[in-house]
Design a protein around this ligand. Sequence first.
Ligand SMILES: Nc1ncnc2c1ncn2[C@@H]1O[C@H](COP(=O)(O)OP(=O)(O)OP(=O)(O)O)[C@@H](O)[C@H]1O
Length: 230
Amino acid sequence: MGQEPVIAIDHVSHYFGRGRLRKQILFQVCETIYPGEIVIMTGPSGSGKTTLLTLIGALRSTQEGSLQVLGQQLYRASRNQLVPVRRNIGYIFQAHNLLHSLTARQNVQMSLDLHSKIEAGSARQRSQQMLEAVGLGEWVNSYPHHLSGGQKQRVAIARALVSRPKIVLADEPTAALDKHSGREVVELMQSLAKQQGCTILIVTHDNRILDVADRIIQMEDGHLSSKALS
Ligand SMILES: Nc1ncnc2c1ncn2[C@@H]1O[C@H](COP(=O)(O)OP(=O)(O)OP(=O)(O)O)[C@@H](O)[C@H]1O
């Protein structure tokens, strides 16, 4: 492709447990993901998808192999080296993890507060605009318990994208949603990400959203393979 990869995974293995209970979960996984790609990872429950996603997200330590994310080697990286990588990643999880005591806007703005260079007034304005972009302009001051499942997930998307991350990692983003809202949510992620030029990696069991991907990869028993787009 002639471009630097955003994510370069080279013979990454991962183990849980110690001693006799030590169990290998990922086996020499290799994969390269380029800027702007939307990649969907599918595969059976327990095959290691979330484990790989959290390794890429620098949320757990790489034990074996080489894992480069945004040019930073994560294997043996120091805490200080991980912080800038995490700041450039937007995370969207199945349980949207919104704070119930904060309004939709405050939940979104929280993610900008981590970027100390953005001053409060502009953080507020950007959060508001992002909520408008996900169709929640009228719900900016609502608390999560007044929002539907789909609306909460849209707040989580606004929160993940407001800081214009270079990578979005989403774990089962549609699991709690009905067919219509699930589709809406991924199409929204797709269009916002294309506008911002970011790379998206989605883990899903949801066959209804496979067509948003540029590429589908399949995890099976800790082994990753490519899957032809039908
Ligand atoms: N912290 C942990 N300690 C021990 N084993 C774990 C831990 N986290 C995950 N596992 C095990 O690792 C394997 C892979 O789990 P992982 O969550 O990565 O699978 P998955 O493909 O994402 O599954 P699902 O689709 O059900 O979310 C499973 O057998 C799981 O039980």
